[in-house]
Write a protein that binds this ligand. Sequence first.
Ligand code: IPE
Ligand code: MG
Length: 225
Amino acid sequence: MDGNGRWATNRSWPRLVGHRKGAERVKEIVRCAPDLGIEWLTIYAFSTENWKRSTEEVLGLMGIFARYIEREADRLAAEGVRMRFIGDRSRLDKKLQALMLGIERRTAHLTRLNLTVAINYGGRDEMARAVRSLVADAAAGRIDPAQIDGAMISAALDTRDLPDPDLIIRTSGETRTSNFLPWQSAYAEYEFTPTLWPDFSPDELAAIVARFGNRDRRFGGVKHA
Ligand code: IPE
Ligand code: MG
């Protein structure tokens, strides 16, 4: 969800106004996703690198996350949305952690849409934590290092309950992947759009999804007749 800051700066508004507008966009995109056939939607809200921003912006973003959970909980539950979070929560405010755990538990039985929000997420950090846990398991004799394969690595990541992404969309004209699901995206398709996140509409998402449906995905194999 890139481009909130530029969207606000273009209007001579504080960056946080852009983040608030961005959060409104998330609500719309979450609402329209099931109708587009999307069952799994993962959004990158805050990276392990975003702590480098000003205290005001970091605290503002954390406040937006907490308010989103508090204000959207009833609607998400009513609409059948199961909410999860990935990333290292240990560095987050305790109250925010409690809200995250609360909505995960409250929506754990829902199936219409699997919404995952990445907060304090970085692919390399996730892999480092996974390696630590696998090495600890090996050192304790719970697993044999010779058995470690791709499936075991996937199972040690924050995304262990999620399928690998089919399609990754980055907004705001940047053509980087920026530490987002690097292991999981080995076969993902990418779409890069110049649209700033606060302007990203359900119509644009529908157009991208339609294009994705026409792509020929071979996963390293050959074209099927
Ligand atoms: C949102 O956009 C990403 C978040 C960290 C929430 P940015 O804040 O990166 O916006 P730009 O890149 O400055 O326009
Ligand atoms: Mg940015």
